[in-house]
Ligand binder design. Structure first.
Ligand SMILES: [Fe+2]
Length: 337
């Protein structure tokens, strides 16, 4: 039987692939819209007012931002070193899409498992890049290759996950050929793992998508957890001698950072607090924070594991006094023993 030897949970956002100076490009966009925060939609100015006592002026100073940046990059290196050290043969990557593979208004599966043999990665066209929000095109190199590239899939494991899902009354979408209009091939949630954690030495892998962002077909936290439990069942029953790694790619709180929420969340994952994780309401899993559903799936997958959760770092990368930015976290579990 296949054996899971490693699990990793990591954020993947644009701030990890841009300079502190480029982070400032996003602040302009932050000011122009409302943001979900603790169940309410608030403007930039309302957030500044509400969070006045948190000292976010200091936490978002340029000096602080440079420190966040350095810590994140040190943590990314550590995570990639750990990946290399373990030497898994195969990966299953739990992630999401943001209008990159699926034009969400055209078709948007709540859960999708890829079981083809080729996963493409390539840069967007100049026209597509120009249409991106400020500070996002600049980050593309973090997940997309400069030239057209193909990574190997694992058709047998992908198909086995799909069959196991169906047998367990979990009806997932199945894809064997990568959707042709995908902007970068694999979405940034996956490209980040390929480029930053695997350092472009990509092992055969199964991309597993869930729709975390876009209503109306948002899976609940409970459903995401159950999904992970069945992915586990599938890997455990796959007739293979391969060593498997599982990734959760996404989160943490953004585009408004909520350290209290993140700390509680991490502690729940660490302590296998299924009740907490499965009852997080959708209103608390909005916008970029919704990507933590991939982590909830990973928690379902690790439900009966004794291995400790290891934290490399948790870095709340504030970019403004309103608390906008992305909280970044880097975690792993050694399941080889
Ligand atoms: Fe993302």
């Amino acid at each position: 039987m296949a054996k899971i030897v490693l699990a990793m949970a990591t954020t993947h956002g644009p701030q990890l692939h841009t300079t502190v100076e480029q982070w400032q490009l996003r602040v302009k966009a932050d000011k122009g819209r409302t943001h979900p925060f603790r169940g309410k939609m608030l403007s930039f100015d309302e957030l500044v007012q509400l969070r006045d006592i948190e000292g976010l002026d200091v936490k978002s100073s340029m000096d602080s931002q440079h420190k966040y940046h350095a810590r994140c990059h040190a943590a990314m290196e550590q995570l990639a070193d750990k990946w290399e050290e373990v030497g898994a043969d195969i990966a299953v990557v739990l992630g999401n899409d943001q209008n990159e593979v699926y034009e969400t208004e055209e078709l948007n599966p709540p859960f999708m498992v890829f079981f083809g043999d080729k996963i493409p990665n390539y840069p967007q066209t100049e026209e597509q890049r120009a249409a991106l929000p400020p500070g996002v095109a600049e980050a593309e190199h973090g997940h997309a290759t400069e030239e057209y590239t193909e990574y190997p899939g694992v058709p047998e494991l992908g198909a086995h996950i799909i069959q196991t899902m169906m047998e367990n009354e979990f009806d997932v979408a199945a894809s064997k050929i990568w959707p042709k209009h995908a902007r970068n091939g694999a979405s940034h949630a996956f490209g980040h793992i390929y480029r930053q954690v695997m350092r472009d030495k990509v092992v055969p892998n199964v991309p597993v998508y869930q729709n975390t962002f876009f209503p109306p077909n948002l899976p609940t936290a409970k459903r995401s957890y159950q999904f992970g439990q069945i992915v586990r069942k599938a890997i455990d029953t796959w007739q293979s001698d391969k060593k498997v790694a599982v990734f959760a790619s996404g989160g943490m709180s953004h585009f408004v950072i909520d350290e209290e929420f993140d700390r509680k969340f991490v502690s729940a994952i660490k302590n296998h607090d299924k009740n907490y994780l499965t009852s997080i309401p959708l209103k608390d899993l909005q916008s970029g924070t919704s990507e933590l559903k991939s982590w909830i799936s990973l928690a379902g997958l690790l439900e009966n594991e004794k291995a400790q959760m290891n934290e490399i770092d948790y870095v709340p990368c504030y970019r403004s006094q309103a608390g906008t930015g992305t909280a970044n976290g880097f975690y792993w579990w050694d399941l080889a023993r």
